[in-house]
Ligand binder design. Structure first.
Ligand SMILES: [Zn+2]
Length: 251
């Protein structure tokens, strides 16, 4: 039996709090492990505490571009002091929709670069938010030697997907792939060994998911769609994705 990995979910988000015991129990029963990403200092602490409770939670600590106005030093110290317990750094990245001017974007870039330097130093993978900033991110990434770089919720063009493959990134697709033709096409153009799945919970998804909060239990549907696109069996696809997750995580 193989493990199914959710490569990007915010389990330390307050929205999941009342259901956490049930979520962790379900993850155990369904053999799901989750890369649990953080938004800021306080959710990074909550992620670490959650990982103490369950081995199914792989803690990713970091500063989301939405929070890049805050001081990154406390998070850098938290990660450095817990470097052996941390599975990776994230969610980090760039997103102009959260800033109103060039100065705000420069701050995001500076925080992003600090997080990448730290990942390089402690040799951990990163989970990157790249909404409409793939070009800026492509310009920055080659300066760092990081083995596992995930461009989560990949939403670029086919050309940008090719560039991501050329520089050795992993890309992940989520519940939207179940109903979006565009996502299915991108998925089919991705190198199979760089594919990962995610839910990005507690984001809500439309169509067949009826605007419900994304749960790890959405993953088997995403995996079924993935196996259908690849023309492989469910178990064969699961095995491939587990291999990809292990190599992304460096385990
Ligand atoms: Zn996220």
């Amino acid at each position: 039996m193989n493990w199914l990995y959710d490569a990007h979910i915010h389990l330390s988000d307050d929205e999941f709090k009342p259901d956490l015991p049930l979520i962790l129990l379900t993850m155990g029963r369904l053999k799901i492990k989750a890369c649990c990403v953080s938004m800021d200092y306080s959710s990074s602490g909550a992620t670490l505490a959650l990982a103490e409770k369950s081995k199914l939670v792989l803690p990713f600590l970091g500063m989301h571009p939405e929070r890049a106005g805050e001081d990154p030093e406390p998070i850098i110290n938290l990660i450095t002091n817990n470097s052996t317990r941390v599975s990776g750094i994230g969610e980090i990245g760039l997103d102009k929709t959260y800033v109103s001017d060039e100065e705000g974007f420069r701050k995001q870039v500076s925080v992003f670069e600090k997080m990448l330097s730290l990942a390089e130093k402690i040799r951990k993978p990163v989970s990157v938010h790249s909404r409409r900033t793939l070009e800026e991110i492509f310009a920055i990434l080659p300066s760092y030697r990081i083995n596992g770089i995930l461009l989560h919720w990949f939403a670029g063009s086919k050309k940008q997907l090719q560039r991501s493959m050329d520089i050795g990134c992993y890309v992940s697709y989520g519940p939207a792939m179940v109903y979006s033709k565009d996502k299915q096409v991108l998925f089919s153009c991705t190198m199979p060994e760089r594919l990962l799945l995610e839910t990005d919970g507690p984001v809500r998804f439309s169509k067949c998911f009826g605007q419900k909060t994304a749960q790890v239990t959405f993953l088997p549907s995403v995996l079924f769609t993935a196996s259908h696109i690849l023309g492989k069996g469910y178990d064969e696809t699961l095995e491939m994705l587990e291999r990809n997750a292990n190599s992304y995580l460096g385990i």
